[in-house]
Design a protein around this ligand. Sequence first.
Ligand code: SF4
Ligand code: SF4
Length: 407
Amino acid sequence: MTGLATPVGLGSTLVDGSTLVDLGLYPEIQRFGARDISACFSCGTCTASCPLSQTDSTFPRRMIRYAQVGMKDALLASKELWSCYQCAECAETCPTHAEPSEFMAAARRYAIASYDKTRIARTMYTQPVAATVLAVVVALFFALFMYSAHGPQSGESLAIFEFIPEHLIHDIGIVVMIIVFLAGLAGVGGMARRIARREGVGWSTVFGGRAALTRSAHAAWEAIGRDSLGQVRFRQECAADDVPVALPRRRWLLHALTMWGFLGLLAATLLDYGLAIVGIKETGAPVPIWYPVRLLGTVAGLMLVYGTTVMIIDRYRTANRSVKRSTTADWMLLGLLWVTGVTGFALELALYLPSAPAWGYWVFLLHVAVAMELVLLAPFMKLSHAVYRPVALFFVALAQAPREGDP
Ligand code: SF4
Ligand code: SF4
């Protein structure tokens, strides 16, 4: 039951004894990029056109309704928010131009900012100038901090770990990982708690007995294996473009290449570190191109650079309806990923040149500083969807999995 007490102004929380209503919710989501959803009259056309709505006759308009009436808790506990791949099929058919796909994207930004108690994510999404300054300051901090401990620049070979000590990079990396883990856990844990409460999912639902474990394993496979890593729904159901697009430019492929490229580079970095720990290969020691870790890094770097380059071009040219509007957060993520990939390749080139070019040392410093920044800011920027989405999709898959006793 929902009822409103006397309004006391936008942004207030009004209580009628059963439902919390936040009249500031809609204008707040507009700050995150939503268009004029007051035009939406819940006609359902977007539901009919959405390729992902077959099993939910209220998707995505229910989310818009929550925002219109101020049901903040319901919105933040909606697992369906993360089902949307922003194909913008719904925006094409909306009779009132309420831009439901833009709303879904803005609502996800709003949700990330709401789960993050540090308010850094809110700044990153709603204050473009402050977000840009923060990004520059963080990169400069890492670069200057590492440079403060720098050693000589050998001219005979590119001795990057004599220039910036390897142990310093590892120590900073460990601190960054701990911060990211704690911040990420707080945010994702907050979202999971909200969804679980709303869905009536408890520990026993997930882990209580063999049948529950089987359902949970199936849901995890659907969410992480098929949807997130395999991009199956993105590829099969949400790949419609307004004009036919050649395979190398398709959204799902660019997204998959970027994601796999990023994960591959992360894996190559960790493997390189691991090989040094067990004494197989010193970090940074020259190895042939076919050496497995180097090969992994090279292939992953190519995927990342290709994916981000084409995505940047497509956004710049607004090549399809899903990139009709871009936010600072979109550009920042693509920019940081692109710089990380390109500087990685430039560094590899410098490492294998016969002489040691002086620029190689500065590219190395830039590469490490930007990579550190990318990881440190991950919980507060768009990259965090890489964790929020699979967790929410786990609940989606869990709700769809048959329970014991179901016909
Ligand atoms: S967003 Fe548009 S298409 Fe969807 S219910 Fe509202 S008015 Fe209809
Ligand atoms: S953007 Fe695509 S996936 Fe998202 S609600 Fe609209 S039609 Fe559905």
